[in-house]
Design a protein around this ligand. Structure first.
Ligand SMILES: Nc1ncnc2c1ncn2[C@@H]1O[C@H](COP(=O)(O)OP(=O)(O)OP(=O)(O)O)[C@@H](O)[C@H]1O
Ligand SMILES: [Zn+2]
Length: 635
């Protein structure tokens, strides 16, 4: 039912949009003829005796001036109009408003409505006739069957997770011929839990298993089971297994299993009856079917820690396959898989791109290729070139450029000093990531950006690195204070991130000598109103005060460090600010020149080519601007 309402909603919106467009179009047509005149303007002409003849068609006035020109105007209900016209000796002709045009306009304004009704009827028919077509035959459980012919995925489409592929290859053998597999003494798999961050290709891998084994693939999301009414989810689970058994061997894929599979009795306000019933139904079904039935259930989650232990017991999801974020080689392979789908110029180098995209998931990389192709298309190129990829990467890391935003000169200068402050501190401190680019072109919500990219994959951060990062974050505001003698809101996000890091150092990462290696806060995995909830363990008031004092100390220390670095390097600050004001974006090489005390080399041509791309139109005005320094790096 939900789906039905959704589709009606969508069609309503479509209809509304169409109506607006049609109305616009209509209005445009009426006005485009000669540009109608204001009524008062028109009456002035009449009273000056310039009008010879008027034809009144409904509320449209068509007039001919004494020197033969044609005018139109639109009459309000003005009782004096006719008498005014007569007084000035204008010849009047009245026509009924053209019937055909009236019908026409009626049709035009109602057409979207009719379309909507038509579509609705079509859908209702489809629903009633259910039991045929693919998606509807599985109606009750809402699981959707993959159209094998159209979207067959193979292992070749999944790149950069060879271990995971290896682990699941046994499933393929089983699905190809369940009985033979059994005769050979293989242990019959039932449930597999795929664990990994969002976008790492869990769904893709599950589809590839089905594709390799050439078996049907049913997919459903855990959240589809969670319904308002108690018992619906459980019924759906039973229905799904029934359908799957009929199609066996096959795969059932349950995405986001944590939506149903959370620990029972947990959660805010105690347990959730409906979810528990659904989970119980799932457990019963998994116990109930014989392995030989040839149904394999694959579930995906990025929070295996919150799952109910009963789900992980032998005979259920007893096998875990970890699908990790790709490393540099993995990213290169994933990029190559997706680059095959777009025409790439010979200068495109997947290895360089892989190096510059640490932390990106498979889905992010697919998106990167897609964005690059869009950039190339916008610049009417026939091939996607390396600088399209660079532009796409910048857009993903830093948000879309907003060149249309006009910045007052004072604010540009302020931003230039702010970013130079980040960059100079980053260049001078040890254990900081290389500065890749500094720009004062507004992007996303930021007025400017200093972009640092790690030179290698990193899986954790050590204390010195975190301290340096905090100092770099403070660099921006300190530069504003010293050189512009002012403080702006642009630094608020920097402060937030710096404080957050300092707090985590003390309360979560055990990096403070004064408080030792104890965890003072924990994230219990519950999500409340869309935020994850951090609960403080029972700690005393005095400890709380110590924690605060320690955070304060870390912050003050790093602030002082950044300040002394900037004070001691005023010349470099001035040089970098000048370069930024002139070129708006400077790259790593130019920054190195400046830091070496030399004049920066001029920008490369590709940079200015990027500068010529069209600015996005209609961007909303800046929110209180933030100036992030680097893509968030967290352990
Ligand atoms: N290893 C990979 N190789 C090739 N493409 C990938 C890979 N990982 C992800 N992708 C691309 O990203 C898209 C989304 O990935 P997918 O939906 O499989 O991720 P997921 O792990 O299931 O994410 P979620 O947890 O959000 O459901 C895929 O359709 C594919 O285009
Ligand atoms: Zn900043």
């Amino acid at each position: 039912m939900n789906n039905l309402f959704k589709s009606i909603g969508i069609w309503m919106v479509v209809a509304l949009v169409l109506m607006t467009v049609f109305n616009q179009f209509n209005a445009r047509q009426q006005s485009s003829a000669q540009g109608p005149m204001d009524y008062s303007e028109f009456m002035k002409e009449v009273n000056q005796g310039h009008i010879a003849k008027v034809t009144i068609e409904g509320r449209t006035l068509k007039a001919v001036t004494s020197d033969g020109k044609r005018l139109t105007s639109y009459a309000p209900t003005d009782l004096w109009m006719v008498s005014d016209l007569l007084k000035n000796g204008v010849k009047i002709e009245a026509k009924p408003e053209e019937e055909q045009s009236f019908l026409m306009s009626l049709f035009v304004s109602w057409f979207p409505m009719l379309l909507l009704i038509g579509v609705w009827i079509f859908f209702m028919r489809q629903m009633q006739g259910g039991g045929k077509g693919g998606a509807f035959s599985f109606g009750k459980s809402r699981a959707r069957m993959l159209d094998e012919a159209k979207e067959r995925v193979t292992f070749a489409d999944v790149a950069g997770c060879d271990e995971a592929k290896e682990e699941v290859s046994e499933l393929v053998d089983f699905l190809r011929d369940p009985t033979k597999f059994q005769n050979l003494g293989g242990r019959i798999p039932r449930g597999v839990l795929m664990v990994g961050s969002p976008g790492t290709g869990k769904t893709l891998l599950a589809k590839a298993i089905a594709g390799e084994a050439k078996v049907p693939f049913f997919s459903i999301s855990g959240s589809d089971f969670v319904e308002m009414f108690v018992g619906v989810g459980a019924a759906r689970v039973r229905d799904m297994f029934e359908q799957a058994k009929k199609q066996s061997p096959c795969i059932i894929f349950i995405d986001e299993i944590d939506a149903v599979g959370r620990q029972r009795g947990a959660g805010l306000g105690g347990g959730n009856d409906e979810r528990e019933q659904t989970l119980n139904a799932l457990l019963v079904e998994m116990d109930g079917f014989e392995g030989a039935s040839g149904v394999i259930v694959i579930a995906a989650t990025n929070r295996p820690d919150v799952l109910d232990a009963a789900l992980l017991r032998p005979g259920r999801f007893d096998r875990q396959v970890v699908v990790p974020l790709p490393d540099i080689r993995g990213r290169e392979q994933i990029l190559m898989v997706h680059m095959r789908k777009v025409p790439c110029a010979p200068d495109v180098n997947a290895n360089v791109l892989a190096r510059g995209t640490p932390g990106m998931s498979g889905a992010d990389l697919a998106n990167l290729v897609n964005e690059a192709a869009l950039f190339a298309a916008r610049r009417t190129k026939r091939f996607v070139e390396m600088d399209d990829f660079e532009a796409a990467k910048d857009k993903i890391f830093m948000g879309a450029e907003r060149r249309s935003m006009v910045m007052p000169e004072e604010e540009r200068r302020n931003t230039a000093y702010h970013e130079s402050g980040h960059a100079v501190v980053a260049k001078l401190l040890p254990k900081t990531d290389p500065v890749h680019k500094v720009t004062i072109i507004p992007r996303g919500r930021a007025l400017g950006l200093t972009m640092q990219l790690p030179s290698e994959d990193r899986y954790s951060m050590d204390k010195d690195r975190i301290l340096s990062t905090i100092a770099v974050l403070f660099g921006g505001r300190i530069a504003e204070e010293i050189f512009m003698n002012q403080m702006t809101t642009g630094a608020s996000n920097d402060f937030e991130r710096a404080t957050d890091m300092a707090r985590k150092m003390v309360t979560q990462w055990g990096m403070s000598e004064a408080l030792g290696t104890m965890v003072y806060a924990e994230n219990d995995g519950e999500v409340f109103l869309g935020r994850s909830v951090t609960t403080h363990k029972n700690i005393s008031e005095t400890t709380m005060q110590k924690v605060d004092a320690e955070i304060r100390r870390i912050i003050d220390q790093q602030y002082a460090l950044a300040r002394s670095l900037i004070e001691a390097n005023r010349d470099k600050m001035e040089a970098m600010t000048k370069a930024l004001l002139e070129w708006e974006t400077i790259d790593a090489e130019q920054i190195n020149d400046i830091m070496a005390g030399e004049a920066p080399r001029p920008p490369k041509p590709s940079q200015s080519a990027a500068a010529n791309s069209q600015p996005p139109k209609d961007t909303p005005p800046a929110a209180p601007a933030a100036t992030p320094t680097a893509p968030a790096q967290e352990t």
